[in-house]
Design a binder for this molecule. Sequence first.
Ligand code: HEC
Length: 149
Amino acid sequence: MKKLAAGLLAAMVFVFAVQAQAEVTWQKDIKPIFDKQCVGCHGADSPEHDAFAKDKKGFTDKGIGMRMDTYSHLITYVGWPYTGAMMRRLDDGSGKPDKKAGNMYEHLGATEVERKANLEIFKGWIGNWNLKRGKDVTKEELNSLKVKY
Ligand code: HEC
């Protein structure tokens, strides 16, 4: 009986260790993708969201986006105040009636294979992947976002 209990415990520790390893985090998984694919337009020199909004056309014409290069910046485009912006822009469109991908999806990689793989990593990080806007999202949906640091 003792042996069985010890065996069970060992199995549980193993499962937890694997789960901890598999957990998607910003530091381990998202930042490397961001630094490769996104930082050129959303880096430290880019304006804050509201400064960007004041001259959206001017910045967009120059290929400059809003700043998202830190964890703190990035999660504002997932949860609040720019609820779901990340999901709407990165979505590949496969679950939508019009099948239209978000306009940042193309930046996820150089090939379709790379884009799909990186999208899956973003989905794993965010957890509750839904494309709703702030006014339509429920408290439960916000609470189920993962976005681990
Ligand atoms: C070539 C430049 C460029 C690259 C690379 C780029 N973006 Fe963008 N991004 C922009 C510009 C410009 C805008 C603002 C214009 C617009 O809304 O489409 C924008 C808008 C966004 C928005 C919308 C924010 C909002 O308030 O609605 C998100 C989210 C976003 N980008 C995420 C990303 C992610 C994640 C990556 C990397 C996978 C990325 N972008 C790569 C230029 C870029």
